[in-house]
Design a protein around this ligand. Structure first.
Ligand code: NAP
Ligand code: HSE
Length: 440
């Protein structure tokens, strides 16, 4: 018996998969128990100049040389995007081929259809690389922690933004804007083809959708998560975060309160205590902290993006798929959602309760502080700490930072809308969620 693998895509991830499979072919075949061969990859532009040129004849621009080809048993989708990836995966499954994909955008939006099709045809659909790069978090949830009721999943799920936030935290001049760091992340191969998906939080929210589905058996939408990206953060936010004992991370969270209640899912730039394990996750690394009712806390960390780390997860899936395929008995696919918590069991956006960091720019005039605190008070928001920075003649703009006690996000947003009508405000107000992990 032989397992032949065909790829859809030969970009960053596809070239990494080829690097591992061509370089380690014999070892991988031993692990599978029979010969495992990568035989074809589909690209858009055959004439494109490639940093990692493959063997002659390996590339094709015809997807049907891979999809539906009876000589290819495993199709690896690393082309990205929704179409034609969705149609090609469906066609491969319907043709009896197993599929491995790294495409979180596709699974987060069409996961149900794809997993139902895989189940209907008794085929494997594996996706380890879609959640946290090289980190085996899908296997951990599906297998290692299968005995547990999952209380919470916290994670840093996007390498590009963690790379940018890490540089902004370490930049003591606090003068380099995030755009300059984004260019570096793109050059290193971390960013999506359209990096907007990284910096606006969509990519990490899609990954959170997948982890939530596996952890809780519910399939939230990216809208349920209401992702907030990093584009509005300014160097001053990092200065104050540092002073207050926090680090800013793009934090993904799914949390089922201990005392019961609805599942909270959110993805936002968040100030987390400097001493928390997630605060120290550097560069393009990802990390996931899972709390199981029996296992307690599990912390996984590793490369979240990039050619070889992502390919490591893809090839791991190829090996598993080839082993299962050889038995002729597909593994029991955990459905992505629709068997556990129902959609109405998800906390609506705005109902989250955390502390908040508020940064106002105001004219330094009598009564301004009390006007702002009065508005917050009327919305039931209690202030824990106040810092005023900047000095000059009376009436000059100063920065006023407030750290609130725990408050509902919706109440804080309403209070900020009311405060924005104050004449003394000279610029928009920044709000950053603060997570102390106290009750989580
Ligand atoms: P990429 O570098 O843009 O590569 C995409 C590849 O697919 C290219 O070879 C491209 O062909 C081919 N392709 C795209 N559309 C096609 C079409 N319509 N027909 C035929 N070929 C097509 O993307 P990537 O960074 O490798 O990412 C691939 C997937 O992995 C995405 O779903 C991404 O979200 C996911 N992922 C990426 C990373 C990462 O670190 N990069 C990590 C985890 C998951 P050409 O070469 O001719 O343009
Ligand atoms: N663009 C993604 C990131 C790739 O930066 O994390 C890994 O999914």
């Amino acid at each position: 018996m032989v397992t032949n693998v065909g790829m859809l895509g030969y970009g960053t991830v596809g070239a990494g998969v080829a690097w591992i499979m061509f370089g380690q072919g014999e070892l991988l075949s031993q692990k599978v128990g029979h010969p495992l061969r990568l035989v074809k990859a589909v690209v858009r532009d055959l004439a494109a100049k490639r940093d990692n040129p493959p063997p002659l004849g390996f590339l094709t621009d015809d997807p049907l040389e891979v999809v539906g080809n009876p000589d290819i048993q495993v199709v690896v989708e690393v082309m990205g995007g929704i179409e034609p990836a969705r149609s090609l995966i469906l066609r491969a499954l319907e043709s009896g081929q197993h599929v491995v994909t790294a495409n979180k955008a596709l699974l987060a939006t069409h996961g149900r259809e794809l997993f139902d099709t895989a189940a209907a045809h008794g085929r494997e659909l594996n996706f380890e690389a879609a959640a946290a790069g090289a980190i085996p978090v899908i296997r951990t949830l599906k297998e290692g922690l299968a005995a547990n009721r999952i209380r919470s999943v916290f994670g840093i799920l996007n390498g590009t933004t963690n790379y940018i936030l890490d540089l902004m935290t370490k930049d003591r001049t606090h003068s380099v804007p995030y755009e300059a760091h984004l260019k570096a992340a793109q050059d290193l191969g971390y960013a999506e083809a359209d990096p907007t998906m990284d910096v606006d939080g969509t990519d990490a929210a899609q990954k959170l959708v997948l982890l939530t589905a596996l952890a809780y058996g519910t399939l939230p939408t990216v809208d349920d998560v209401r992702p907030e990206g990093i584009t509005r953060l300014e160097p001053l936010d990092f200065v104050f975060a540092d002073e207050l004992g926090y680090v800013i991370k793009l934090l993904a969270m799914a949390n089922l309160p201990k005392e019961g209640g609805r599942l909270e899912v959110r993805l936002k730039p968040t100030m987390i205590p400097k001493e928390h394990l997630l605060a120290g996750v550097p560069g393009a690394m990802n990390a996931v902290m899972i709390r199981g009712h029996a296992a307690g806390d599990i912390f996984l960390s590793g490369a979240g993006a990039g050619m070889r780390p992502t390919a490591s997860a893809v090839v791991g899936d190829i090996i598993d798929t080839a082993k299962v395929g050889a038995t002729g008995h597909p593994s029991a696919q955990p459905s992505l959602g629709w068997h556990g918590i129902k959609a109405e069991g998800i906390l609506p956006p705005g109902e989250s309760r955390t502390r908040h960091f508020l940064r106002f720019t105001v004219r330094d005039l009598p009564g301004v502080l009390s006007a702002i605190s009065g508005i917050l008070g009327r919305h039931g928001i209690s202030i824990a700490q106040v810092i005023q920075r900047g000095s000059g003649p009376e009436g000059a703009p100063v920065t006023l930072v407030m750290l609130t006690h725990t408050a509902k996000e919706k109440d804080v947003e309403e209070a900020l809308v009311e405060a924005s009508r104050l004449d003394a405000l000279t610029a928009g107000t920044r709000r950053v969620t603060v997570e102390d992990f106290g009750d989580k």
